[in-house]
Design a protein around this ligand. Structure first.
Ligand code: DHB
Length: 390
């Protein structure tokens, strides 16, 4: 009797161990993005990109099956935090991915640190984010990284007087500061800096102030998903007719919404790290596959941030030979380089931010569609705020 129980016990233990070993064999990724609310386009883009990456790689990373857990935080930071906690404690994810807005990324930083789980930020772009946890690695961009080239271009191209207009939170303030500083150093003058509330923005009174100030140009940042509303109000106020040029970061002329913006967007010069019109063979194949898998939806920089997030996680698992230890994974990510659809990229080993080419682009009609057509490139730009400290 005793012996039989013992044997059965062993058999049961062996089975359980087999089950546990199998679970550990999967790479578990917890993805948190806004799938609903004003930033839902970010979630939609990132989900589509991650699913395309999995389809193209047989659902595997470093020889292991990928288990993707995707949750909608609706753009609410308390919810992001709660979901991240559940994913780390209950689901035991190996990596967290996503974070569609700066406050959502910041809310999770203490959890990443405490749990020693890599937090791959594939969307949010305020410079300080990577400084909030040694477990944060970023595959999107920083606002200063893309804004400084825009300010340099403006100063070199006959623009002398600018008003800045940004969404009033982290990335907008980053963009404003970077523009004011660089444009000032290059001999330009920012006469006024306007900040518009992030939620339910009414741009009209701010645009009226821009019109009254009569600068050569208005420099604008609004996050992905808000560009079409801005562009409509910009067109309604007839600023272009008043001789005021619109210059921007590529968040405003977001590839996802650009075709809905119509002629008001044509001619807008802007700077960013990714355009759906980027001419590399890798990008042409990516855009085609992305559209095919998503009813013709065009990828934007948010989609690319998540696609590269998956590439980075896969490369880290390959380097650790499947070791799921979070500290080992972050170490493996540092200094990693690959050819992204945006161009060559490297994870800066000091800052864990992405080093990438930044392009100056102009919105043009190509066939029946609007595109951000790249016409100048600044090679391998680091986040300038952190580069200055290095
Ligand atoms: C952020 C969000 C965006 O949609 C964007 O285009 C840039 C920055 C952010 O909240 O960090």
């Amino acid at each position: 009797m005793l012996r039989r129980t013992f044997v059965a016990g062993i058999a049961f233990a062996a089975l359980t161990a087999g089950g546990v070993a199998y679970a550990q064999d999967a790479v578990k990724i917890g993805m948190i993005v806004p799938m609903t609310g004003p930033s839902s386009s970010t979630g939609r883009q990132q989900e589509a990109a991650v699913k395309l990456w999995l389809a193209q790689n047989g659902g595997m990373m470093a020889g292991k099956k990928v288990e993707l857990i995707l949750k909608d935080d609706t753009g609410n930071a308390d919810m992001t935090k709660r979901i991240a906690q559940e994913m780390v404690v209950n689901d035991k994810v190996h990596v967290l991915l996503g974070f569609g807005l700066t406050p959502l990324a910041l809310a999770v930083a203490p959890i990443a640190t405490q749990a020693k789980v890599p937090q791959v930020v594939s969307a949010a772009a305020t410079a300080i984010i990577t400084e909030q946890s040694p477990y944060i690695v970023r595959t999107s961009f920083t606002l200063p990284q893309v804004t400084v080239p825009m300010a340099e271009w403006a100063a070199k191209n006959g623009i002398k007087k600018v008003v800045t207009l940004v969404s009033d939170y982290g990335p907008g303030i980053d963009a404003e500061k970077a523009f004011v500083e660089r444009f000032g150093k290059d001999g330009g003058t920012v006469t006024e800096s306007l900040r518009v509330p992030l939620r339910n923005p009414d741009f009209a009174p701010f645009l009226q102030r821009v019109k009254d100030a009569a600068p050569d140009a208005v420099f604008v940042f609004v996050p992905s998903g808000f560009g079409a509303t801005f562009m409509k109000q910009f067109a309604d106020r007839e600023l272009a007719k008043a001789g005021i040029k619109l210059i921007a970061t590529g968040d405003v002329t977001d590839d996802d919404l650009l075709n809905d913006m119509g002629d008001a967007a044509v001619g807008v010069v802007n700077s960013h790290h990714y355009s759906a019109a980027h001419g590399s063979p890798e990008n042409k194949a990516f855009v085609e596959a992305f559209k095919k898998a998503n009813n013709g939806m065009r990828p934007n920089f948010m989609g690319v941030g998540a696609f590269d997030g998956m590439t980075l996680i896969a490369k880290a698992f390959e380097k650790t030979k499947g070791n799921t230890d979070g500290t080992a994974l972050v170490e493996a990510m540092k200094g990693m380089s690959w050819t992204s659809v945006r161009g060559p990229v490297t994870i800066d080993p000091q800052t864990r931010d992405i080093v990438q080419d930044v392009y100056i682009r102009k919105v043009e009609k190509v066939g029946n569609e609007l595109f951000n057509v790249e016409f100048a490139k600044i090679d391998q730009v680091k986040d300038p705020v952190k580069a200055a400290k290095q």
